[in-house]
Design a protein around this ligand. Structure first.
Ligand SMILES: [Cu+2]
Length: 163
């Protein structure tokens, strides 16, 4: 009986080790950023089109795992109907960003979100947005963060469907 218990104990430890090896915990590094320290750059991918700067605050939107990034859009910036394979969380940091749902862009069907406003676009939900006077939004979710345009002609990457 004692031997069985020992064997069971060893089995439990081995299973735990195996689970750990297969599912390594993501390693995060700490981030403490004041607004002035945020490093803005033109979007690395053409997926977002012109008139937008991005800053990655934590994680890597292009890789698996959680990320936080910001988008600074100039006045008149518009993003055509699109969707993501993952949930997209949007928090407005500055200005007003107007969002709408569906496959056809319609500025009149958008809801303006001012600083402090928030939206969750569930995976695969078709949505679009624009800003009249410019806005900064924060996006967070679990990468890889991919953008698919409803109409390939709207894709600033020239019809490719992946970022
Ligand atoms: Cu989106």
């Amino acid at each position: 009986m004692k031997t069985v218990r020992w064997l069971l104990a060893i089995l439990v430890v081995l299973c735990a080790m195996l689970a750990e090896a297969q599912d390594p915990k993501p390693v995060s590094s700490h981030v403490v950023l004041d607004e002035a320290e945020i490093h803005w750059r033109p979007a690395a991918s053409a997926a977002l089109g012109k008139g937008v700067e991005v800053a990655v605050l934590s994680g890597n939107p292009g890789a698996a795992g959680p990320f936080v990034m910001r988008m600074k859009m100039s006045a008149g910036y518009k993003i055509a109907p699109h969707w993501h394979p993952t949930d997209e969380h949007i928090t407005v940091i500055a200005g007003t960003f107007s969002m709408g749902m569906g496959e056809t862009f319609d500025a009149n069907a958008t809801k303006p979100l001012s600083a402090g406003g928030y939206a969750l676009m569930p995976a695969e939900m078709r949505h679009f947005g624009w800003t009249k006077d410019g806005a900064t939004i924060q996006l967070h979710g679990v990468g890889p963060f991919l953008i698919y345009y409803v109409n390939p002609a709207d894709d600033p990457r020239g019809g490719k469907t992946r970022q």
